[in-house]
Design a protein around this ligand. Structure first.
Ligand SMILES: [Zn+2]
Length: 285
């Protein structure tokens, strides 16, 4: 469990709950890949897409750079990060990603989303969503393929859609649901060709190589964070397929940030432990 959040401004809450980062050095120093880690074509094997945010960290100033307004997105890329000839393709990729996740999530954005691509000199790609400010951001470098940045942003877009659907209760969502819904909503952008998140995590569940769902990623190795994001996405997928979206929506707005803090008993008449056991059966059957 993570400690209770200190009293902080609402503007800071989005970043606190939703931020991200991975450093290439962490990847370079990481131990050899465990066999269950996600295929690199989706989200890099040992690079989790987000990182715990420093509590109270200020929102960075707006990025200056090249700007391309789209139908729903205002896209800003740092000078030199994206070749000028690729700007239209980037805008098309991002528009396609937003349309895809909106359709999958079941509702679209209520306003324009400022989408920033910032330079991360170490090439440690990571994303962040400032949902109260309608801003999502990815940090990347010219050496990384554009698709990697789009994969990350697909997840960050879903955080914005969740804010737009659920309002400020989103900011206190149970970590399982907060990240599970964003990862599930990103769908193909994170599935690396697998047909479902159940299929994705099945080998881990069969091998008993999973973490309890109510595990905070804070302070854990990045490989564990990656594992938890996929487990949580699979759990959200299970809840929707088994019990329907309406109850998932009711559950989402009942949380208090900590993983496992949502009112599972009140919404489903079952404890999280019971639902977790059902989820494991669902995955392996
Ligand atoms: Zn996230």
């Amino acid at each position: 469990m993570i400690p209770p959040l200190p009293r902080i401004s609402r503007a800071a809450l989005g970043p606190i709950l939703l931020t991200a980062l991975i450093i290439l050095m962490a990847w370079l120093l990481a131990p050899p890949a465990r066999p269950h880690i996600a295929p690199s074509s989706a989200i890099h094997a040992l690079i989790a897409p987000e990182r715990p945010v420093i509590l109270g960290a200020p929102t960075p100033p707006p990025l200056s750079g090249e700007y391309a307004p789209g139908d729903s997105l205002d896209i800003i890329s740092a000078d030199g990060l994206v070749p000028a000839g690729d700007h239209d393709a980037l805008a098309a990729d991002l528009a396609r990603a937003l349309a895809y996740v909106s359709q999958r999530f079941g509702s679209g954005p209520t306003g324009r989303i400022r989408t920033s691509l910032s330079l991360e000199p170490s090439c440690g790609i990571h994303g962040i969503a400032y949902t109260t400010e309608r801003t999502v951001q990815v940090y990347t470098c010219p050496d990384l393929p554009r698709a990697r940045a789009v994969n990350i942003l697909a997840h960050e877009f879903v955080h914005q859609l969740a804010q737009d659907r659920y309002g400020d209760r989103h900011l206190q969502a149970d970590m399982i649901l907060l990240e599970g819904l964003a990862t599930w909503g990103a769908g193909d952008y994170w599935l690396s060709g697998q047909p479902s998140f159940a299929a994705f995590v099945r080998p881990w569940v069969v091998a008993g190589d999973t973490l309890p769902l109510a595990t905070s990623y804070v302070g854990r190795p990045i490989g564990d964070m990656n594992t938890l994001y996929y487990e949580w996405a699979s759990f959200v997928e299970f809840l929707i397929k088994t019990y329907g979206r309406e109850r998932l929506d009711a559950l989402y707005v009942s949380g208090h940030s900590d993983p496992g803090s949502a009112d599972y008993q009140g919404v489903y008449g079952k404890s999280l432990d019971q639902l977790e056991a059902e989820w494991r059966d669902f995955v392996i059957r």
